[in-house]
Write a protein that binds this ligand. Sequence first.
Ligand SMILES: Cc1ncc(C[n+]2csc(CCOP(=O)(O)OP(=O)(O)O)c2C)c(N)n1
Ligand SMILES: CC(=O)[C@@H](O)[C@H](O)COP(=O)(O)O
Ligand SMILES: [Mg+2]
Length: 623
Amino acid sequence: MKLLETINDPADLRQLPRTQLTPLATELRQFLLDSVSKTGGHLSSNLGTVELTIALHYVFNTPHDRIVWDVGHQTYSHKILTGRRERMPTLRQLNGLSGFPKRDESIYDTFGTAHSSTSISAALGMAKAAKLKGEDRHAIAVIGDGSMTAGMAFEALNNAGVEEDCNLLVVLNDNDMSISPPVGALNRYLARLMSGQFYAAAKTVGKSVLPGPVLDLARKLEEHAKGMVVPATMFEEFGFNYIGPIDGHDLDSLIPTLENIKKLKGPQFLHVVTKKGQGYKLAEAEPILYHGTGKFNPTEGIKPASAPSKITYTEVFGNWLCDMAAVDKRLVGITPAMREGSGMVRFHQQYPERYFDVGIAEQHSVTFGAGIATEGLKPVVAIYSTFLQRAYDQLIHDVALQNLDVTFALDRAGLVGADGATHAGNYDLAYLRCIPNMVVMAASDENECRQMLTTGYHYPGPAAIRYPRGAGIGAAIQPELSSIEIGKGVVRREGKGIAILAFGSMVAPSIAAGDELNATVANMRFVKPLDVELVKRLAKEHDYLVTVEEGCVMGGAGAAVMEALAAEGIAKPVLNLGLPDKFIDQGDPAALLASVGLDAKGIAASIRARFAAGEPRLVVINS
Ligand SMILES: Cc1ncc(C[n+]2csc(CCOP(=O)(O)OP(=O)(O)O)c2C)c(N)n1
Ligand SMILES: CC(=O)[C@@H](O)[C@H](O)COP(=O)(O)O
Ligand SMILES: [Mg+2]
């Protein structure tokens, strides 16, 4: 029997002699590779945290001691060691394991994560709560170097450093990578810490004291960290006891160091150095490619698609950005750490001086853009819908209130599939349309996306263009940079009785539903300003109105239509279709849409169900 198969709980792990941990790590890494190659998932980060995960569960008494994983995209080993090994084939699929920690999935998942940089705050809260309740436990935040760049992480450090009675351990998992190469001054600082003599010295110390007195090591480590290389690290200035850097793949360094730290009181900071993709040569060489993968053959590695696939919205944006930058020198492109995901690799190559990866710092990215706009340049902030949630006040206070000319390219709008509820861009229409000065557009196809980007770019105030993850309907894209009229929708299908007012990605399935019901279908294009004239006309010429959006129904585009009707004093039966008032977990995007009735069949069925009873005109439609 394989060692890994004997571990169904961290308590089993803690029974193993230390000598078995290295073979266990080898098995675990192989299991991870096999498993992720069959399901897809975040491979590079998980390969990098195998030893760290084993060491944390081995040394700490989980789940009594709390581990909070930042982002949580590196928790597959944690899932495997905490009783979920056999469910790994269901990872990131409908009704399967989440790709992130989830409190209702396991008692070992102490805090739900997926948006980065929350772990120190959450772990500090747990540590403080333990003190208040008189409970003796450790709280451990494991945070990557990329996630460490966010303001939230520093807000938490600032707070934690003075909480001297808290048993908080922050483990900085430093692999010198975000999704893309890391950026910024913190990265430089960490590189300086790592390049010092101390790294080698700490490893030697870790080994030489085994199995000697543990407190000795702690003292030695402290001496080294504080005196021999850097007088005081930034983390010590924050009030932490800084230990490291140590080799995060060396269990003989990790375990004694963690055992020592466990005995220390107050806020501790352990700096471990790991390699993204560790143990799988292809991922080590190309950690970005293997950051998030689909299914692949591990022997061959990820191969470029043989047949050209349909262009994605992300590519539409990336191409537009380069084309617009070529004709307008004022254009500046900003990404908060999502160069690849947002389609900005080519722009970075072609216009390095106008490209800004600001790190995982969504709030800063928006206000940075606002500052650039005040000087007459034209910032385009490319940001996933879900991550713009982080920068809501910046959007209102810094951009919209001053009516600054910032264009927001909102990728991953609507359901995103395998990442699930944490990453779904379901709220943007609702949270954007209530902000004065904003223009808010939802693209229904690739060409319209390009036109909307141009329209938003030329609009002299804040404008947001939302588009979904993946490919669109395959519309031909016109090369010119043409605009559309702001606040005007278009009727795409003339029918009778029912008018479907569709937004963005819901236009195509609404047309198919319209064909089935002989309904009129309008592509509304703008959520703000809404085409009120079109709404009035459709209301006048039809008996029933239906709004359809891939966004939350509450407060969304359909609500905008209802408000317009009320403001005009028009009473009309209206059905609002969109995402329900619940979080939707991971799964195949098409299946998820169908599950909430947002495919053509579901739209038609909802319309029939809503308007059939006692509505004679529908008898005509159905006949
Ligand atoms: C608030 C937020 N912004 C962006 C992301 C997208 N994202 C996920 S992982 C990641 C890189 C994180 O780097 P690091 O913490 O160093 O972990 P690593 O991937 O190196 O293991 C980014 C940018 C996110 N999850 N949350
Ligand atoms: C963990 C995380 O936030 C990212 O890695 C995210 O999963 C990327 O999503 P996309 O695959 O949609 O770019
Ligand atoms: Mg990293």
